[in-house]
Design a protein around this ligand. Structure first.
Ligand code: FES
Length: 100
């Protein structure tokens, strides 16, 4: 089901943010104008992935530095860890994510 996450203006290229929608914490990323969304709770110890450092398509968790590709949710060191990701779409001036 599609849920509004943020206004486009709130998440310019290279930025990320954290939002709550459908009782989920969602991390939204803008990579060169393309939006990507992940489950915002880091699978390590629950750090806020929406408040991490985004470099290109890689976000670094602010708590202990785990890194994920925001396009896929793939952990950068462990092949077996993949963070849940959500489809996104832009409608007007707003970004939506398809949350289960
Ligand atoms: S909570 Fe994210 S790296 Fe530890």
């Amino acid at each position: 089901m599609w849920h509004r996450i943020a206004a486009i203006a709130d998440c310019p290229p290279g930025a990320c943010l954290e939002a709550v929608a459908a009782d989920r914490i969602v991390a939204l990323y803008n990579v060169d104008g393309q939006f990507h969304a992940l489950d915002g709770v880091c699978p390590h110890q629950g750090g806020p992935l929406g408040k991490g450092q985004l470099a290109g398509c890689i976000v670094t968790c602010p708590w202990h530095g785990w890194q994920f590709d925001v396009r896929t949710g793939q952990h950068q060191l462990s092949a077996t860890i993949r963070q849940e990701r959500f489809e996104t779409r832009v409608d007007g001036e707003e970004v939506f994510a398809d949350l289960p």
